[in-house]
Design a binder for this molecule. Structure first.
Ligand code: NAD
Ligand code: UGA
Length: 460
């Protein structure tokens, strides 16, 4: 049997655990990497030709390493016993019950994992927080892990993940930075160096930064809050553009060229979705309130309020421009994923928009190249008047309006002449992502409603 330098275990085979561990295995053949999960169906998929998540480039690296030094399993106990280093990458959603419901992070999966590690471990280990967690969680983790007073030592590190879905493989291959937080004790620093050594197999040393453990935990929440804040800032200006005949794309370009501001993350949109921004900001708000920092909490909460407003006003705009009734009108939704290049629909603005349109008694046709399976789950029980058609040309046929929810590249180059001909007139298009050529669509005959730009209509 091949002897590996160390055994790495990852608990949680999701959007983070799967790709991050596949990259470590791919870049570090000297380590054995095992990923475990309580969900056997998910593990079966990781072991099959149809991986449970769509991520460009992921199939290749998984296929390259799987069976050599990358393994997927449901045997969590065995994994813990055999491991030297354990990454914990379980989900930490917003709590839905009790104290902090709707705001605080739900740490039940996290704590169960900590206790399972304690119960099964027979030797000392490094425990790495990969999940996004409230600042000071490592202290809780340490308290659980030392509760047996045994000789086994656990060093807890914080190593937050900054990958974005849709670009995960590239983000992992060329990260802006890798952050490792540790206790600044002798053993904490030794553990930290061991983790740094793993990343140094492919990440330049100057991009691997270290800090105390609390700064590391907090940096993850703050990074997401800052990114989301930029989107809410530009979205707040997008509605002002619509009122003043200014163009958000021009405004964003002019503002973004200031090198102190930068051009990234200034695309006005239907609002940010995804499993993390909302939950992490709510978590930050909750932490601030717990420390009595009410003004700070309100400041960050406003990022979420603008995001909700952006989605609400999109539907209201559809309703008012389509003569104040959507009942029995067929509306085609282009894109259900929360962003392009992923099948993930968690917190996707399309869910809110679809639910509101269903309330208005519209008939929906939903199209998406990767997210239809998840869309069906999201609308389960309320989708009597919803159909799911992958081909956008077929999906748009006979509809009164198209609403673009996801910036999939394929929507940029559709045959809009053909689509227009197949639609009920007057035909409307609402571009929640500003990805199609508005002038061209107007010339074809559409009434066009972009985000943050003047609308182009044929009405007198
Ligand atoms: P996910 O829901 O896709 O995956 C979590 C996995 O953990 C699930 O498969 C679940 O079955 C498993 N799990 C839960 N409890 C378990 C237990 N006790 N034992 C074994 N497995 C268990 O979530 P995700 O998107 O991968 O996110 C994981 C964490 O990473 C979250 O804290 C999230 O905030 C953070 N994060 C996510 C992203 C992202 O882009 N999705 C990026 C950076 C950080
Ligand atoms: C985000 C962060 O970008 C990652 O760094 C972080 O690791 C991750 O959250 C996390 O903690 O989960 P992700 O949510 O996967 O990644 O995707 P983003 O690219 O950040 O997009 C989030 C949402 O913002 C999407 O709905 C996207 O369409 C929207 N967005 C993004 C805009 O509306 N405008 C922009 O300019 C950029």
């Amino acid at each position: 049997m091949k002897k590996f330098k160390k055994n790495i275990l990852c608990i949680g085979a999701g959007y983070v655990g799967g790709p991050t561990m596949a990259m470590i295995a791919y870049k570090c053949p000297q380590y054995k990497v095992t990923i475990v999960d309580i969900n056997p169906a998910r593990i079966d998929e990781w072991n099959s030709d149809n991986l449970p998540i769509y991520e460009p480039g992921l199939d290749e690296i998984v296929k390259e390493a799987r069976g050599k030094n990358l393994f997927f399993s449901t045997d969590i106990e065995k994994g813990i016993i055999e491991s030297d280093i354990i990454f914990v990458s379980v989900n930490t959603p917003t709590k839905t019950f009790g104290v902090g419901a709707g705001m605080a992070a739900d740490l039940q999966y996290w704590e169960k994992t900590a206790r399972q590690i304690l119960d099964c471990a027979k030797s000392s280990k490094i425990i790495v927080e990969k999940s996004t967690l409230p600042v000071k969680t490592a202290r809780a983790m340490e308290r659980i892990l030392t509760s047996k007073n045994s000789k086994i030592q656990f060093d807890v590190l914080s190593n937050p993940e900054f990958l974005a879905e849709g670009t995960a493989v590239n983000d992992l291959k060329n990260p802006d930075r890798v952050l490792v937080g540790s206790r600044l004790t002798k053993s904490g620093i030794k553990a930290r160096d061991e983790l740094v050594e793993i990343y140094a197999n492919w990440v330049p040393r100057d991009r691997i930064i270290t800090s105390d453990i609390w700064s590391s935990e907090l940096s993850k929440l703050v990074a997401n809050a800052f990114l989301a804040q930029r989107i809410s800032s530009i979205n707040a200006i997008s509605v002002l553009c619509e009122k003043t005949d200014a163009d958000i794309t021009d405004v964003a370009a002019a503002v973004g060229l200031d090198s102190r501001i930068g051009s990234k993350f200034l695309n006005a949109s239907i609002g940010f979705g995804g499993s993390c921004f909302k939950k992490d900001i709510l978590n930050l708000v909750y932490i601030c309130r717990n420390y009595g920092l009410y003004e700070v909490a309100d400041y960050w909460e406003s990022v979420i309020r603008i995001n909700d407003y952006q989605q609400k006003r999109f539907v209201l705009n559809m309703l008012t421009t389509m003569f104040n009734t959507l009942a029995e009108k067929k509306i085609c939704i282009f894109g259900f994923a929360f962003k392009a290049d992923t099948g993930d629909t968690r917190e996707s603005p399309a869910i809110y928009v679809a639910k509101r349109l269903i309330e208005e008694k519209a008939e929906l046709v939903i199209s998406d190249p990767k997210a239809l399976k998840n869309a069906k789950k999201d609308l389960d029980g309320i989708d009597e008047n919803v159909s799911y058609i992958e081909d956008p040309h077929k999906a748009a046929k006979g509809s009164h309006a198209i609403a673009i929810m996801t910036e999939w590249n394929l929507y940029r180059d559709l045959d809009f002449e053909k689509i227009y001909k197949s639609m009920i007139k007057p035909a409307f298009i609402f571009d929640g992502r500003n990805i199609v050529d508005h002038k061209k669509l107007y010339e074809i005959g559409f009434n066009v409603f972009p985000t943050g730009k003047p609308s182009l209509t044929h009405f007198k």
